[in-house]
Design a protein around this ligand. Sequence first.
Ligand code: DOR
Ligand code: ZN
Ligand code: ZN
Length: 354
Amino acid sequence: MTTLRLPGLVDVHVHTRDPGQTHKETWASATAAALAGGFTTVLAMPNTRPAVTDATTLATALEAARTGARCDYALYLGGTATNGTAAAALAPRTAGMKLYLNHTFGDLRLPDLDTWWAHLAAWPAAPPLVVHAEGPALAAVLLMAEWLDRPIHICHVSRADEIRLIARARHRGIAVTCEVAPHHLFLDETALARLGRRGEVRPVLADPSDRAALWEHLDVIDCFATDHAPHTSAEKDGDDPPPGFPGLETALPLLLTAVHDGSLTLEGLVGRLSTNPRRIFGLPKSDAVVEVDPDEEWTIAAADLQTACDWTPFEGRVVRGRVHRVEVRGTTVYADGKVLAMTGSGNHLREDHT
Ligand code: DOR
Ligand code: ZN
Ligand code: ZN
């Protein structure tokens, strides 16, 4: 067996569902999945119940994380129509500010251009302001970022015109960074025949030419982020399937398979899953180590995963590369299918005033 030692990976885009929808996932199960997938730090999205939008809801969500997390973490604040100034005051305690400019799961979508502007104007340069912005919304928010001379991070870029626009913005000197989710790199709308309603996700699975464009513009992609968005199979198979895929345990094996196939370098993988996320989000150095066997071939099966989500869009997919052991602060936290880290052992990576 070959053993490759990678640094602890960082997932800047995770939905833990805790508090509020713990039948889908909890801090304990999400971070067990994170460790099994080689991620030793997760940044959690604010569309929980209640949504994390002020000091009170941040404290509630931080308490759930403090008692449940098995890996290191920080939490995003969500932008609302009215919290621009108050949210900015909480910035040092957060992973960043998340703005929903398009329709998605939950009710955090911002109503109009004025509210986008208010947040872009009020939020400091760091930690990052991140946006769910597709199509024309992406163009509008890039323009605002340029006018306000502020950095901006684009979540889950999925289409050819979007990645090209980001390349153009960067060429113009706009301080834009971006992430792409593995499901947009490894799946496209041709998978919908197999996935049916379970294939609902935002942004949607795109055209094969969009998927190809993401691979052609790897140099524009700063981070790979899972957008781990668990919903139960019963919910996905229901009348109104919520959008989202689990992804924490399949990202690294899929990307290691791409390294094996020659479509990605190992250096490019580590940069986008560890070095760049740490730099962009101002995260502390870590001694975490992930040991993988890059040659081991195995078949993805939901039944073997740590997430509480009982399905995966990659069921039956053969991948090459498997996590065998994860070490954090000198302690083995995951070994060969077993999560050893206790709940509550993860560190909060931002200022704590609680
Ligand atoms: O598919 C998605 N699911 N896209 C989002 O933007 C939100 C996420 C969720 O929270 O389920
Ligand atoms: Zn989103
Ligand atoms: Zn998301």
